[in-house]
Structures are given as C-alpha cells and as structure tokens.
Design a protein. Sequence first.
Length: 140
Amino acid sequence: MTSEFEPRIVGFLCNWCSYAGADLAGTSRTSYAPNIRIIRVPCSGRVDPLFIAKAFQEGADGVMVLGCHPGDCHYVEGNYHARRRFAVMHRLLDYLGVDKGRVMLEWVSASEGARFARVVNEFTDQVRQLGPAKRPVHSF
C-alpha cells in the first residue's frame, strides 16, 4: 500500500486580517487543504525568523506567514516590517538548508475567505511537490 506525501504546514496568521479570513473561509464552508496548523499572532510583523526555523526543526514541511494587506495594518507598519524581515530571513533559511519555496509571505484580509482557501491550497500543492523537508541540522 502506497501513501501520498501530505505536508505538514504551519501558518502564522495575523489576528486582525488573515485569522479572520480563515474564520470566514470556515463559516462559509469554503474547502481548503487540512494540512495547515494555524498559530494566531497579533501581527505578521511579530513573526520572528526563529519561529519559522523552529517550525522546520519540529517537523514542518512548509511555513506560511499571512498578514494584512500593505497599508491596512492595525499596527500601522507591522506588515511592512514583516516584508523587510522576510527578505532578510532567506539568508537564515539558506544557512539551515531550507528551500525558500517552503516559506510564503502573503496578504489576506478579513473579507477574503475564498482567497485564504486558494492561498492555502496552492501552497500545500507547492510543498507537496517539493516532498518532505529535511530537518535543519543546526539547533538553536
């Protein structure tokens, strides 16, 4: 019996927009891949690169960071901070041996339940094609 690889995805979702978008997807009964495990954060700007590295060390195959659209952050510039941090974080991922295709930063508002579902499904398919992640050899 063969089993198809099903990725384990960690999603860091902004409390104000993306988490509400996920909730809308659920209440609207919009179907999306069940592979994501959601961690609610106050703002996408609060997601430390070490959180992402730790998720991979603990067995994640992919990590999503979802926040408010630029200009709509409840903390004014939190999502801009997340975007700058995300750009620098790729160096850490290279050091750890994590393919940058396993990490996604995306904007999803509270009214975009269907968009949330589409983003999750597309990212799950992308990670599924990459196969299981190699665990980082470096510890923190």
